[in-house]
Design a protein around this ligand. Structure first.
Ligand code: ADP
Ligand code: 5GP
Length: 210
């Protein structure tokens, strides 16, 4: 991926097993940090009643998605719960030109691909407090039919197995507390030394010029 991003640009990946609460947490981040542009993925799954094309996802047919793969349009893509999902290079280009950072709601396969291409990306994994609670939340959301719900619950093991890849793990027991932790990650990452190298060098140059 031939993308040059400035060193103060924050790339934040949020992943979790389905139902753990990452969409809820990401929506709060989107509200609080408009400069952190949400990466709107492409997907072949059907929209849920509350979802708007272009806001949660770009909803496309499989042949369109496959054509995009062949055209090299994706920064990463993966098959998740039987559907195709991907981050277009275009999303990253637009964010680079217009925002201070980017928020990715993608699975562990996508997280690995983004980190391989952009190693400065930061990855946070959201965990449910228990499997029983994960199932309650997934069923309580009421967006999936029974076979899909079961498939997503079965896939949660495969997702949790990848926790070792992530930089941060946040347990979403109480949503307010979990969100405080996630925003603390944003603040901590913004304060990283390498993001401020330019200002440090500028101050030093000013000092020399005195
Ligand atoms: P994901 O995006 O990880 O699949 P969602 O954000 O859609 O998960 O959350 C799944 C369901 O759980 C939603 O109905 C959401 O309102 C609810 N939920 C999220 N976080 C909590 C929490 N801390 N306590 C109770 N319910 C929660
Ligand atoms: P959902 O169908 O619940 O919106 O998302 C299902 C899973 O697909 C979630 O784990 C979500 O993070 C993941 N996902 C969403 N968009 C992308 C993407 O662009 N790439 C990858 N690799 N995973 C994605």
């Amino acid at each position: 991926m031939a993308l040059e991003l400035s060193n103060d640009f924050l790339l934040l990946i949020v992943s979790s097993p389905s139902g753990a609460g990452k969409t809820t947490l990401c929506n709060r981040l989107r509200g609080e940090f408009p400069g952190l542009r949400f990466s709107v993925s492409h997907t072949t799954r059907r929209p849920r009643p509350t979802e708007v094309d272009g806001r949660e996802y770009h909803f496309v047919e499989r042949d369109v998605f496959e054509q995009m793969i062949r055209a090299g349009a994706f920064a990463e893509w993966a098959q998740v719960h039987g559907h195709l999902y991907g981050t277009s290079l275009h999303e990253i280009e637009v964010a680079r030109a217009t925002a201070r950072g980017m928020l990715f709601d993608i699975d562990h396969q996508g997280a690995r691909q983004i980190k391989a291409a952009l190693p400065e990306a930061v990855a946070a994994f959201i965990l449910p407090p228990s499997l029983g609670e994960l199932e309650r939340r997934l069923r309580g959301r009421g967006t999936e039919d029974e076979p899909t719900t079961r498939r997503r619950l079965e896939n949660s093991k495969g997702e949790i197995e990848h926790y070792g890849f992530f930089d941060y793990v946040i347990v979403n027991d109480d949503i307010t507390r979990a969100y405080e932790e996630l925003r603390a990650v944003v603040y901590a990452e913004r304060a990283r030394r390498h993001r401020h190298a330019r200002l440090c060098e500028k101050l030093l140059a000013e000092w020399k010029g005195r």
